[in-house]
Write a new protein. Structure first.
Length: 147
């Protein structure tokens, strides 16, 4: 598997995959599709706040990963938040997620924490993440959207 930073030519395949991801049971809320275009644009402009990676098998796109970055006083350094990981159904269970997580950890050796979110009913993903060394955080996550 090859992992690379998204480029302008990836727009159509990214839009197709991100719509599949947001139509899946991995996501619990509706999202304005215009967000996807904004995310793509920021990604190709090399925003310091996010990075979108394309996952390829044999030169063909099979998924994407979306990372965002923050600082945490609690851990004393940078946190890499794995916002989204989508792998096309035909390529799941082949070790691509393991490769993606290993790649991210190699890319960000100074990161103090790697963090992700997962729906409580996504037992397959939770099992994978635990095998990769991820644990639960005993916080309730809250949010307030701006109109």
């Amino acid at each position: 598997m090859n992992i690379r930073t998204i480029c302008p030519d990836d727009r159509d395949i990214f839009m197709e995959m991100v719509k599949e991801f947001y139509a899946s049971s991995a996501v619990s809320s509706d999202v304005d599709f215009s967000n996807f275009e904004m995310t793509f644009q920021l990604s190709i402009e090399n925003s310091p706040f996010l990075r979108t990676l394309m996952l390829e098998d044999g030169g063909n796109p099979i998924g994407y990963g979306l990372l965002s970055f923050t600082y945490s006083n609690e851990v004393g350094g940078m946190v890499v938040l794995m916002e989204e990981l989508y792998i096309h159904a035909a390529f799941r269970g082949l070790g691509h997620a393991h490769s993606f997580f290993a790649f991210v950890e190699r890319e960000y050796p100074a990161a103090k924490r790697f963090r992700l979110e997962v729906r409580a009913d996504n037992v397959g993903a939770i099992s994978l993440y635990r095998r990769l060394g991820y644990g639960d955080i005993p916080y309730t996550q809250m949010y307030r959207d701006r109109a």
